[in-house]
Write a protein that binds this ligand. Structure first.
Ligand code: SF4
Ligand code: SF4
Length: 417
């Protein structure tokens, strides 16, 4: 039958692979198993076989594709510049269309309708908050228990950010994409972004009418849902020159909105990850560099920042400006195993990768960790257990700035600029 949707991997995408194998050592699932079918090259060959009518979109094909993390560590090392992430999303859209079981239908509802509705998200978060308060999360099935263990305590959160308008505007105007789960479970990150951008002199608007960016839906093959969500966001953000996104997975997706909405390219060109926006503000003197020492900080690179956007210097420069001594944990930048719904759908491989990452962090002896992606943060919290503090680099920086400000040092730094 071959492909049946418009999202399928294209001839150009697949033919870009010259089968050199340079991507194999970078691929976490290949490193875990040593199997060619668990490598980028093997997966592209499987997609090509379907494309050429040799294979069907059947169970074995789905197994090969489902085991992929979508971490895109294969992209930066690829001499053929294979757009692997795009091809993977296309292959997953085909699986969702051709093998629509209960799981796919349930996830389609969850990733399209539920997280696209602020009311549903609020209700879900209320239930999770109650479960946290009564420790009922410990009774969840094991694959969900690991996920639940990584969620920040939801009690006492600040107000939702959508609808916020503030800041002087002498440095310009930016919009903030609040996200779905990001603004429910990681709201302090959005508040830190607003505080820092306003401190830098920006007028910050979090426009009403925005919704989930669609990244989770796209990564899971729910392409129609991803397109519908992008179509809702594009007109909301069209009036802004810069759209700041506070989750690495979301910023990577919005920057590729050209695949998802007719006018998406214009939004994609204006979208920046918050680490890039804050690092620029520090670089241009709009935000301070502290002279105070804030101690060691382990840093974890989310795949959708490091591999999909090639952003590695900015989170480090933010932490250094906050006076932190950055401690590297993994120069190779292997995936932590979070990868959207991978924690739930491939629990064993996810746990193995999470435990490896936790061991790397433990070996440094540092108990404070910076991670710029909510999924990675949850995975690390779950794998590390008690005794570790994990937050976004901009949260660590804001905390250091506020503490320095209390002792008058920020004022001194700003005066000296
Ligand atoms: S590095 Fe690129 S071209 Fe080489 S095998 Fe991997 S995907 Fe194909
Ligand atoms: S996206 Fe990650 S897991 Fe999937 S093939 Fe590429 S490197 Fe391997």
């Amino acid at each position: 039958m071959g492909w049946v949707t418009e999202y399928h991997p294209t001839t150009d995408e697949l033919n870009a692979c010259v089968q050199c194998g340079l991507c194999l050592p970078a691929c976490p699932t290949y490193r875990l198993t040593g199997r060619e079918t668990a490598s980028p090259r093997g997966r592209i060959q499987a997609m090509k076989a379907v494309h050429n009518g040799i294979l069907e979109v059947d169970g074995p094909f789905q197994g090969v594709i489902d085991f992929c993390l979508g971490c895109r560590a294969c992209e930066p090392v690829c001499p053929g510049m294979v757009p692997y992430g795009r091809a993977l999303e296309g292959a997953r859209a085909e699986i969702a269309a051709q093998r629509p079981g209960f799981g796919h239908r349930a996830r389609s509802f969850l990733l399209g309708r539920v997280i696209g509705s602020r009311g549903s998200l609020r209700a879900g978060s209320g239930a999770l908050r109650a479960a946290q308060a009564t420790r009922a999360t410990a009774l969840a099935p094991s694959r969900f228990r690991r996920l639940a263990a990584g969620v920040r305590p939801l009690g006492g959160r600040p107000r939702a950010t959508v609808g916020h308008i503030g800041g002087g505007g002498e440095s310009g105007k930016v919009a903030l994409l609040a996200g779905c789960i990001q603004d429910e479970w990681f709201r302090p990150v959005n508040h830190a972004a607003i505080a820092l951008l306003e401190m830098a002199g920006y007028r910050v608007e979090v426009p009403i009418g925005q919704t989930c960016c669609g990244a989770l839906a796209a990564h899971d093959g729910k392409a129609d849902a991803a397109r519908a969500l992008a179509d809702r966001n594009v007109p909301v953000f069209m009036g802004y020159e810069q759209v700041v996104v506070t989750s690495a997975g979301c910023s990577a997706h919005v920057r590729e909105y050209r695949h998802w909405s007719p006018a998406g390219e214009q939004i994609g060109e204006r979208a920046v990850d918050v680490t890039v926006a804050v690092a620029r503000a520090i670089e241009t003197g709009l935000l301070p560099r502290l002279t105070a020492r804030s101690g060691p900080m382990a840093i974890q690179d989310p795949c959708h920042l490091r591999h999909a956007q090639r952003v590695t210097a900015e989170p480090r420069s933010i932490l250094e400006a906050g006076g932190f001594e950055v401690v590297e944990i993994d120069p190779a930048g292997m995936c932590c195993g979070a990868a959207g719904l991978y924690t739930v759908l491939q629990p064993m491989a996810s746990a193995e990768l999470g435990n490896r990452k936790a061991a790397q962090i433990r070996s440094t002896g540092v108990t404070r960790v910076a991670s710029a992606n909510p999924g990675c943060e949850m995975q690390l919290r779950s794998a590390l257990g008690a005794g570790y503090e994990i937050a976004h680099p901009i949260e660590w920086y804001l905390k250091a700035v506020m503490e320095a400000d209390e002792s008058g040092r920020v004022a001194a730094v700003r005066t000296a600029r």
